[in-house]
Write a protein that binds this ligand. Structure first.
Ligand SMILES: Nc1ncnc2c1ncn2[C@@H]1O[C@H](COP(=O)(O)OP(=O)(O)OP(=O)(O)O)[C@@H](O)[C@H]1O
Ligand SMILES: [Mg+2]
Length: 479
């Protein structure tokens, strides 16, 4: 009990600290706007057939007409019911809040009379369920990688007071089709703020915790679902089974998890122990994500392999990044969001996870200092650290500052970024177009936009030409 109280107190303080940092970091900062005005079909071509289908939704691949890059779009019918409308508003609001290497990244949101369109990165590696169908069972090392990433991701969600509530095989995708691809958690349509009373029963019965079935629960339901997935990965079938949903539910409530079948003969006791702790029926005694991340089985079986040269390159990019204006950094963020390739993002994703030793989904001074000291001497690190990291770096800020600038700031890419902002194609970026593309967080002045424009509009004519835009962005190559 004492431990639980200390842990809750720690979590509360940690959350408050994280929130403070984000508010301070955000003050007057420019962010890329997600909610867009205008017609989606002007900006994207839709591909057929759909890659996913729900009762009122459809997921398709689409191509951005200006960048040529493929995305996924979730299209949801409007005016079906208040419940569906609430689900979609919940999903977009939550995705805007979440900024994590293993959570689906939302790029844009459009809406017209008939549909909502949530545009996200496209992940080509398939659903976890397809991998299980193909492979049947996983080695403990393979399973540990998936479970570690799920725990790491859900730890971040829970620290942000968000409970996913629908962790299942179809909602876990792989970023690409390769041996070293990583899981990505999608589908936040059923998620809930943890300070709300949670009583509804989302998810498939296979993954439902006993207290979720009984209709009064907390964030432990996500941990239970991860326990079910670990069991499934190691033997190929779920722990609680039945021919109908009703029978599965009965089994979840009545039975304890068992390892009697021969499939389990060669599985380590440590793996079974972790499963038992994740599938603890009493949610108050179930592990938290943070506790599970430090479990002996995870520590023994999980290792993130990162090429040393890659870490050094990323750390050098971070150490030498210096923006001369807010718009310059925000535009680079836009370029990463719209133009970075899947390979570039996959590399940076792994380095972020490597640096994030506190496993909270942001990079603070201690973590950055520790990784820098491997490559630079102490005096350089102490000199640079305050400049690099005044506030903990969020994932998207990390991507912006660590992306390879020689590649990202090629002339053709700068021109494409210009076209993305110059939405009416006039050849000049106006203040209004800046407002349609970016937002100022917690602005201290009433109209910050003319000031932002003045910082970069060298001929002071009130708009940005391609020449001025190019000059602004290429300054980032000089440091
Ligand atoms: N970004 C993406 N990249 C690739 N495939 C995707 C992406 N988003 C969704 N999909 C595919 O579409 C399926 C459905 O997506 P999602 O779970 O978001 O929709 P849904 O309508 O909420 O479905 P349900 O509620 O039935 O789980 C996924 O299981 C996946 O196969
Ligand atoms: Mg889904």
């Amino acid at each position: 009990m004492g431990n639980k109280q200390t842990e809750n107190q720690y979590n509360k303080e940690h959350n408050e600290k994280m929130l403070d940092c984000l508010i301070i970091e955000n003050r007057n900062q420019i962010e890329v706007l997600i909610r867009k005005a205008g017609r989606v079909s002007k900006e994207y071509s839709f591909l057929t057939p759909p890659i996913g289908k729900g009762k009122y939704s459809e997921i398709r691949k689409i191509i951005n007409k200006k960048t040529g890059i493929m995305r996924a779009v979730k299209i949801i019918q409007k005016n079906v019911s208040n419940k569906i409308e609430g689900k979609i508003i919940n999903e977009i609001n939550t995705l805007e809040l979440l900024d994590h290497p293993n959570i689906v990244r939302v790029n844009e949101y459009f809406s017209d009379d008939r549909f909502h369109y949530i545009i996200t990165e496209y992940y080509s590696g398939g659903e976890l369920i397809d991998h299980i169908d193909k492979q049947r069972v996983f080695t403990e090392t393979q399973a540990a990688k998936i479970i570690y990433v799920l725990l790491y991701t859900i730890n971040y969600c829970h620290k942000k007071q968000i409970c996913h509530r629908e962790i299942k095989l179809e909602n876990i995708l792989f970023d690409r089709n390769s041996e070293d691809s990583l899981p990505i958690l999608i589908d936040f349509g059923s998620c809930s703020k943890m300070d709300h009373k949670m009583t509804s029963q989302p998810n498939h019965p296979y993954f439902q915790a006993p207290e979720l079935i009984l209709g009064n629960y907390h964030s432990g339901v996500d941990i239970w679902a991860i326990g079910v997935i670990l069991y499934l990965l190691l033997c190929g079938y779920p722990p609680f089974r039945g021919k109908t949903d009703e029978l599965i539910i009965k089994s979840v409530i009545r039975h304890e998890v068992e390892f009697d079948d021969p499939e389990w003969d060669n599985t380590s006791e440590e793996a079974k122990n972790l499963i038992v702790k994740l599938l603890q029926k009493d949610p108050n005694r179930r592990m938290t994500a943070e506790m599970a991340l430090n479990d002996i089985w995870i520590l023994k079986n999980y290792e993130l392999k990162v090429f040393d040269g890659l870490i050094k390159r990323v750390v050098t990019n971070l150490a030498t990044f210096q923006a001369s204006s807010r718009l310059q950094e925000a535009t680079l963020k836009l370029m990463v969001q719209f133009l970075a390739t899947r390979e570039e993002l996959s590399e940076l994703r792994v380095v972020f996870m490597h640096i994030d030793t506190k496993l909270d989904g942001v990079l603070d001074q201690d973590e950055l200092q520790a990784v820098m000291l491997k490559y630079y001497d102490q005096s350089f690190v102490h000199q640079q650290i305050n400049k690099i990291c005044q506030h903990p770096l969020t994932y998207s800020t990390f991507l912006t500052r660590s992306v390879d600038r020689q590649t990202m700031l090629q002339k053709s890419k700068i021109e494409t970024a210009f076209k993305l902002i110059d939405r009416n194609g006039s050849g000049n970026i106006s203040v209004e177009e800046l407002q349609d593309t970016f937002k100022v967080c917690n602005a201290e002045t009433e109209n910050p936009w003319s000031e932002i424009m003045t910082e970069v509009d060298s001929n002071q004519d009130g708009s940005l030409s391609l020449l001025e835009f190019n000059q602004m962005m290429r300054q980032l190559l000089i440091q």
